[in-house]
Design a protein around this ligand. Structure first.
Ligand SMILES: [Zn+2]
Length: 103
């Protein structure tokens, strides 16, 4: 995939999600963060569905194999890297964060 393809795909997905976010805010009483958490939850759920279809022997044959721990860290880092302010970019060490329910 060329970086032009990647930029165009990113712009299209971002526009679709922004429209979904705006629609959610307009049609619910959710706070901005609650609406964004819904979008993030949907991304996680889509990952699960895609990973399952690649673990299923009868599923997708493209050859990609999910690596659950590393894949989920990559998704979390993609959110963090784009959410942090550029002038004080903070790289979160996700290993230092205690998962909820395991404290
Ligand atoms: Zn596949």
């Amino acid at each position: 995939m060329s970086s032009n393809d990647r930029d165009a795909t990113y712009a299209a997905i971002r526009a679709a999600m922004l429209a979904s976010y705006a629609g959610t805010l307009a049609s619910t009483h959710m706070s901005p963060l609650e609406a964004l958490e819904c979008i993030a939850a949907a991304v996680g759920s889509i990952y699960r569905e895609v990973a399952d279809s690649h673990l299923d022997p009868e599923g997708c044959t493209c050859g990609w194999r999910p690596n659950e721990v590393m894949d989920i860290v990559a998704l979390e880092q993609a959110i963090a890297a784009n959410a942090a302010r550029e002038d004080e970019m903070v790289y979160f060490d996700l290993r230092s964060i205690t998962p909820v329910g395991h404290g």
